[in-house]
Design a protein around this ligand. Structure first.
Ligand SMILES: [Zn+2]
Length: 578
């Protein structure tokens, strides 16, 4: 995940509201009991196979598989049933793709709900909820505010933005006594416990602060100290290990989320590839080794499925104001929108009920969403728009699309933005309660063409399955949350780093594009009692051709639906290690 946060570091200096949230988390200690289990009901549901679900943020498929196959992650290899020869108890999928945008909140929500962003409504790290005239921003990008990220863990913030059931709720419906622990993942509705380490939450929420602190520690400006990120993941694993030592049975389903890979990759001076390789080798692998040892000690790995995936990859970008299309100044995206005659929503979590904005910009790395009001009912300044109404296509949407289109050619409104956009996508608006139309590519002068047709004429060899993934994002009950206009920056289509742009503050790496590099995610399913071929048959049937992240939830539900493996009091000498 990525969070642009305020520059506040030490506990207690985080501003009023944040301090309050922190205080709540501190009081809650290191976990939250999410549901009360009646004293008379069994503590778990051991008649189905247990699952360890490893969710590692910001790691693309090629990078992780390469490290595993080269033997550079020996502990993870052992957790997957051993590497010799060729991971005989694990299936490495080579087909799964991230959501569009390939970003944390949209992707993980898709994994945990089994439906695409157009249905679950978490279309990005930030988005606009027009019928409530408010922003949903589980990880703000266009402004600095740490509260929403803290609220994910203290107040079910991301869960509360969801209108569809989670994987855990579906599991519990089938098995009321199932015992589910979730370590720090953003969605946990339906689980028994949320486990977290305070340092991790702090680091996620105050990421920018962490960078500054890193500078101070290293003594070199803009040189983040990796040690601060390492602590996050180590603390989370340590928390899970210590809870496994408690009285509770080992959970039937244990989800463990590691975020340091992504947080560090965004800022690392050595670039995201080198940064993540070293981080996985030196931090993640040893930490998973500790978790494995503890689970083994508790006989918690016997017959347990181990499933590993990630949300998106990474693409290096330049850390300067030319390439970071943020929100400040006349030459910025909102600067252009203002010059085109729109009143832009201020960049903060909450704005006044009397604010007269008629346009909203939500940012997210390679993509940004633009939302427009029906300006006929709030024409005069200081008139509040009725955001429950859809905008008018001709009068509200097209003039904005045209302004971005022309400026992209000639820079007449905002010179800095000239030539920064690869595509401007739009569609005829629908009322928010209705299913939305797919995006088409805006060609100027009010004309649009379907995405497939456009790509046939303008090949984008690095983009993968763009039309279908845009459909997942835009078409659905909540498809309007992907905006009336979607801006896709030149980023994943560009070979040279100096030709890539991103909608965010200054970073060294981002994601969100439809490129292979951002979109191909790992998906590994392992079981010590089965062969690769057996697992592959089951999993690839469930995934089907060209799978996207919705399918992960189907696989997890299916793995849990089988019979529990027989307990093995006599361990055969030749049995695999776990
Ligand atoms: Zn990220």
């Amino acid at each position: 995940m990525i969070v642009a946060a305020s520059l506040l570091l030490a506990p207690g200096i985080t501003g009023c509201a944040a301090s309050l949230k922190l205080a709540q988390l501190v009081v809650a200690d290191n976990d939250r009991e999410l549901r009360a289990r009646p004293k008379t009901s069994p503590p778990n549901s051991p008649s189905h196979p247990p699952i360890l679900f490893l969710a590692i943020d910001g790691v693309d498929r090629g990078l992780l598989y390469d490290l595993l196959r080269k033997g550079e992650l020996p502990k993870l290899a052992s957790l997957l049933g051993g590497a010799q020869p060729n991971f005989p108890h694990a299936y490495f999928d080579d087909t799964l793709l991230s959501t569009m945008p390939s970003s944390t909140m949209a992707a993980w929500t898709t994994v945990i709900t089994g439906v695409g962003p157009g249905e679950h409504g978490i279309t990005g790290n930030e988005f606009f909820i027009r019928e409530e005239r408010r922003l949903g921003a589980p990880a703000p990008v266009s402004f600095n505010d740490s509260n929403p990220t803290l609220a994910i863990y203290s107040d079910d913030y991301l869960d509360s933005l969801l209108t569809v059931p989670t994987l855990y709720e579906k599991m519990r419906e089938r098995e009321p006594n199932i015992l589910i622990w979730v370590a720090i993942h953003q969605l946990y509705r339906g689980a028994d416990r949320l486990l977290f380490a305070k340092s991790t939450i702090l680091a996620q929420a105050f990421e920018e602060g962490l960078i500054k602190l890193g500078d101070a520690v290293s003594g070199k400006p803009d040189r983040p100290d990796r040690g601060l990120y390492e602590k996050l993941d180590k603390d989370v694993i340590a928390k899970v290990e210590s809870d496994l030592d408690g009285k509770s049975p080992v959970p039937d389903v244990l989800t463990v989320y590691l975020s340091g890979t992504d947080l560090y990759a965004h800022v690392a001076e050595e670039g995201p590839v080198e940064a993540r390789r070293a981080y996985l080798r030196e931090v993640v692998d040893p930490a998973l080794g500790g978790l494995m040892d503890k689970l083994r000690e508790k006989h918690g790995l016997e017959g347990r499925w181990v499933v590993l995936t990630s949300d998106h990859g990474h693409t290096p970008v330049l850390h300067d104001e030319k390439h970071a299309l943020w929100t400040e100044g006349d030459d910025s995206p909102p600067g252009l929108m203002k010059k085109a005659g729109y009143r832009v929503r201020p960049f903060e979590m909450d704005v006044n009920a009397t604010d007269d904005f008629n346009a909203v910009l939500a940012e997210g790395g390679a993509t940004a969403f633009v939302y427009l009001a029906d300006r006929s009912v709030c024409e005069a300044a200081k008139t509040v728009c009725d955001w429950k109404r859809p905008p008018r296509y001709q009068e509200d949407v097209l003039p904005m699309a045209q302004a971005f289109f022309l400026n992209n050619q000639d820079g007449s409104l905002a010179p800095r933005l000239r030539g920064t956009l690869d595509m401007i996508l739009t569609r005829r608006p629908k009322p928010y309660e209705e299913r939305d139309l797919p995006f088409e590519v805006y060609m100027g002068d009010g004309r649009t063409v379907p995405v497939g047709e456009y790509l046939a004429q303008h090949p984008h060899p690095t983009y993968i399955d763009l039309e279908a993934r845009l459909r997942d994002l835009a078409v659905g009950q909540r498809g309007e949350r992907a905006g009336d206009i979607l801006l896709l920056a030149h980023n994943g289509d560009r070979e040279q780093v100096e030709d890539r742009y991103y909608f965010a503050g200054l970073y060294r790496s981002w994601h969100g594009s439809p490129s292979r590099q951002d979109s191909e995610v790992p998906f590994i399913v392992a079981n010590p009692r089965l062969s690769t071929a057996q697992i592959q048959q089951r999993v690839s049937e469930l995934l089907g051709p060209s799978p996207r992240q919705q399918k992960v939830s189907d696989v997890l539900l299916d793995l849990r639906s089988g019979d529990a493996p027989p307990l093995s009091p006599v361990r055969a000498g030749h049995a695999p290690g776990i």
